[in-house]
Design a protein around this ligand. Structure first.
Ligand SMILES: *[C@@H]1O[C@H](CO)[C@@H](O)[C@H](O)[C@H]1NC(C)=O
Ligand SMILES: *[C@@H]1O[C@H](CO)[C@@H](O)[C@H](O)[C@H]1NC(C)=O
Length: 206
C-alpha cells in the first residue's frame, strides 16, 4: 500500500527543482525595463553590466529556467536583445521557450572590450555574481541554468561549464573554441551541444 500511495503522490515525471531565494518575493531590482536599462556590478574594480528579459507573465511563485545568451567578439548584449548586427534576438530561443511549460528568463551580459577573454577567471567571477544577483531577485530553478553564445560567446559558455560543473544544466557552443576563454575546472560532466562551420576561418574547426 505504501508504494501505491507514493506512486500517486509522485507521478512518473518528477522534475528536480531547486527554487532560488527570489521565489515568493517581489523583485526589487529586475523589471520589464531590464532589457533596456542594464543592471550594474563591480567585479575586480571594473564596472560590468547585464540585461535581463522576463517572460510576459513573470510569477515569483514559479521557478523559471535561466539562459545566458552571450555575444560574440565585437558584439554587445544590446544587439543580442534587439536582434541587430547579425544576431537574431536571444539566438532565436524565445519562440521555442514561449511554448514550454517552464518559463524562461534570459540573461544577457556584456563582456569586457566586447569579448570574453576571461583573464584570471574574471568573466566567470562576473557571471557567478550575475547568477547570484538574478537568483536573489527572481524565482529561478537552480537546476535549470543554461548558457549559449556564438564564437567568443560559445567559448565563454564552455568556460562556464568548466567552472560551474553540476551547477549548470547544459551549454550550447555555436562555433566556439575551448582555448580563448579557458577552462578552469572541467572535472564534472556537463551536457553539451556544439556546432561549427567547416569553412570558419576565424576559429577554424580544427
Ligand atoms: C547602470 O548604469 C547605467 C550607466 O551608468 C545607468 O544608465 C543605469 O541606470 C544603471 N542601472 C541601474 C539599475 O541603476
Ligand atoms: C507555439 O504554439 C503556438 C500555438 O499553439 C504554435 O502556433 C507555434 O507554432 C508554436 N511554436 C513553436 C516554436 O513550436
Amino acid at each position: 500500500m505504501l508504494s501505491l500511495n507514493l506512486l500517486v503522490l509522485f507521478p512518473a515525471v518528477t522534475l528536480a527543482l531547486t527554487p532560488s531565494r527570489g521565489c515568493g518575493a517581489t523583485p526589487k531590482l529586475i523589471t520589464p525595463s531590464s532589457t533596456a536599462t542594464p543592471l550594474n556590478l563591480t567585479i575586480n574594480s571594473k564596472p560590468r553590466n547585464f540585461f535581463v528579459a522576463l517572460p510576459k507573465s513573470y510569477s515569483s511563485t514559479t521557478p523559471h529556467r535561466l539562459v545566458f545568451t552571450l555575444h560574440a567578439l565585437g558584439g554587445t548584449a544590446s544587439a543580442v536583445i534587439a536582434g541587430t548586427g547579425g544576431y537574431v534576438p536571444y539566438y532565436g530561443l524565445p519562440p521555442l521557450a514561449a511554448n514550454d511549460s517552464v518559463p524562461t528568463v534570459f540573461v544577457v551580459p556584456n563582456g569586457l572590450n566586447n569579448g570574453w577573454a576571461n583573464q584570471g577567471g574574471e568573466d566567470v567571477t562576473f557571471l557567478r555574481q550575475v547568477l547570484a544577483t538574478v537568483e536573489d531577485d527572481l524565482c529561478i530553478d537552480q537546476d535549470l541554468r543554461f548558457s549559449t553564445g556564438f564564437s567568443y560567446g560559445a567559448a565563454m559558455s564552455y568556460a562556464l561549464a568548466c567552472a560551474l560543473g553540476k551547477d549548470i544544466r547544459a551549454v550550447a557552443a555555436l562555433s566556439g573554441n575551448p582555448q580563448i576563454s579557458g577552462c578552469a575546472g572541467g572535472t564534472e560532466a556537463v551536457a553539451y551541444y556544439g556546432q561549427h562551420g567547416t569553412s570558419d576561418n576565424v576559429l577554424p574547426i580544427e
